[in-house]
Design a protein around this ligand. Sequence first.
Ligand SMILES: [Fe+2]
Length: 392
Amino acid sequence: MQIRSKSNQPLDPTDGTELPRPLATLQMLNQVARSLGYAEGPGSPFIAVTEGVGTLLRADGVAVLVRDTAGGYAFRVAHGGLAEWNDYTLSGPACELLETLYFRDQVTVFKRSQRSAWSREFLLAAGMNWGALAPIRVRDQNVGALLVNNRHAVHVRPEHIEAFENLATLAGVAVQEERIREGLEDLFMSVIVSLTMALEAKDPYTEGHSVRVAAYSEAIGKQLGLPSATLDMIHRSCLLHDIGKIAVDETILAKKGRLNPLEREKMDMHVLIGEDILRPIALLHPLLPGVRHHHERFDGTGYPDSLKGEDIPIEARIMAVADAFDAMTSSRPYRQQIGEEEALSELRHAAGTQFDPRVVAAFEHIYPAVKRTLENLRPRVDEASAAEPAES
Ligand SMILES: [Fe+2]
């Protein structure tokens, strides 16, 4: 393939920086292709690709743009001089050009000095003078583009363009892999959430408990100023927090009155069992700390690890407050529910011992609004027996 600029003139092959030789290029491609299958963590398949592009074109800035359903192009990962564009989505003329790129089906190279639409829209950082775009396709679908920005023009030969196209193909594999992973994760989440709901629905005392804990916890997190990705993680952790109870004997779960020490031990195991159930799915690993630690206490006397203060993950500190409040204001086989004012006062009383005081304060702030949205999710049971301390 010949390299052409927007004006359709072959690029001057003699200007700029020297790029890797063919063997080094091939080794780089092999390395990227191999690392795709092993990469873990958010964005990591793309990181292998962008690092490869960085090596190939001595790039000062590299980004993977992924087309969204509305036709915008989101910066899925952006490095170097383009890092500030992370999480930004392009719209307007830039998207029209990217649609053209897909139909042209070839790498487009552009320079600042050409003053073309390409250089205007895609030389995105200050001081960048040379750029290249490769379309990313998955099974003939336009899924995005690989973007490079350089301060100086580079000496690109046909094999570099071919390697750049290969990296765009690998980026397509990464997009596809991410979609499959997300699909699997959603499927697994929905199975687990259905199991939790089924577990709760069997017992009218706990019906809707996890959904309410999730709503309270997400609102608390928002009040504390946590980022949206953390709020999403908290919401999901809450929906699954008691999944380990699936392995606890029903006679223990439904027992009226206090649990004896052996029963208590079995009940407390639900946090570890829950963690074991979720651990096989790597993408659910961010949810494990909340599941494991939601019965820790701020003063270090909780379980399973007796963590103290801010050593307890924030999602677990939040969940502890939401969980206890919902337990106190719902009837359980072993005790009568208490009124919300009394429950709030219990939380205040236990701030600094059982609970993180900041989380309790945030809960008091968000409770009235969240309560209104949850009215129709309250448990149906009103009868109960003697009052006991809160237990989820
Ligand atoms: Fe629990």
